[in-house]
Write a new protein. Sequence first.
Length: 213
Amino acid sequence: MNVCIPRWIDVEGVKNFRDIGGWPLKDGSGYVRERIIFRSAHLGGITEKGIQTLRHLRIFGVFDFRSDLEIRPSMKMPEMHGITYYQCAMYSDKDFALEEKKEHLKVFFQGPEGICKGYLSMLNKAKDQYRRIFLHLLDHPDTSILVHCHIGKDRTGLFFILLLGLCGVDDDIIANEFALTSLGIWEPRERLEEGAREYGITVEQAQDILSAS
């Protein structure tokens, strides 16, 4: 597999940031256009240096799949002159209430069939938000954008599975691109333990939630 451009980009204060372009098309006719669409985790911790990197990449729009309830003050994107923020909440605040979130997570611990079921449910929830981004890309083909959710794995990953598939990228490459998130996300043990207590799961299950492989 040939990677034509640097996949990972160091944006200070942001995890899991990478360019989605550069992947070859399976018919051999070309590549996905690079430096147009990026993916990452949330921008709550971005530094001034990180903001300058976004400007260097000529990113003018940021699409966020998180609901209001998810966006704690420490996880909110700061104001960035010249960069427009688009909230595209996939779930309602009710969906992200603690008990609802616990039920939502259960399906992802039921093996491959459970994961497929969870993603199909997510796809049904996401159709309007995904459509909004596709239309933006059609209307602004030369404007670079960033797409993210909380850690940039499930909601974001599913969007890019669809996008790369529509572009004509091979399924194996799409799966490998999705799995890169396992390298881009890390949490300290104490944060995993905190999340496990909050959702009534084990630390190992919390680690599995972060894994994309």
